[in-house]
Design a protein. Structure first.
Length: 190
């Protein structure tokens, strides 16, 4: 048994480089690359979590293009990846949607390059996914990460990705791909 996996890309409340709380801009790369990784690893829904109308209009235009006959003909794989994209105005709205679809509230797991209390390892979260029927909503921050209050209000905080040295500033697209592979990829270590 594997519980359902959902992903959310959070654009508010987010820190900027001065640790002021902002809403970040949606990037075309984040839409395309994370939806492709999410689709590859069997994610049920990839939530774009944003509330600014102008930003959401851009998302709709991008998706509409790839779902049009021209976009579908140009690259059908991209069109398929956008099938799982869902836009929600807040983290709470994404949680409500998962709860509605699954019939139970998901574990909400935040991610960050920093370490916080209530950290869960990849091994433990993967084991929960393989042995429990509670869905998982995995939240990725943009900018300089989700606010501390956001990080700490949910069930778990996933341990950071550790590279080979001191530098630790992956793009959210790269981090999402690595984390999805660790949680939902082939168990290569067996």
């Amino acid at each position: 048994m594997k519980s359902s996996l959902y992903v959310g890309l959070v654009h508010y409340p987010i820190y900027d480089k001065n640790f002021d709380v902002i809403a970040t801009a949606i990037t075309n790369y984040d839409l395309h690359d994370i939806s492709r990784s999410a689709k590859t690893y069997g994610v049920v829904k990839y939530f774009i979590i944003h509330h600014v109308p102008g930003q959401l209009d851009m998302v709709h235009k991008i998706i509409d293009f790839w779902e049009s006959p021209i976009g579908r003909n140009y690259n059908a794989y991209r069109t398929q990846a956008f099938d799982i994209v869902d836009i929600r105005p807040s983290i709470e709205a994404a949680i409500e949607e998962v709860t509605k679809r699954e019939g139970k509230r998901p574990y909400v797991v935040t991610t960050d390059a920093r370490t916080y209390a209530n950290t869960i390892s990849y091994r433990e979260l993967r084991q929960r996914r393989e042995t429990e029927d509670t869905p998982i909503l995995l939240l990725f921050g943009t900018g300089y990460g989700m606010t501390k209050e956001t990080m700490e209000q949910f069930d778990f905080i996933l341990e950071p990705i550790h590279g080979a040295g001191e530098y630790n500033h992956l793009s959210v697209r790269s981090a999402a791909a690595i984390i999805l592979d660790r949680l939902a990829g082939e168990p290569w270590w067996n």
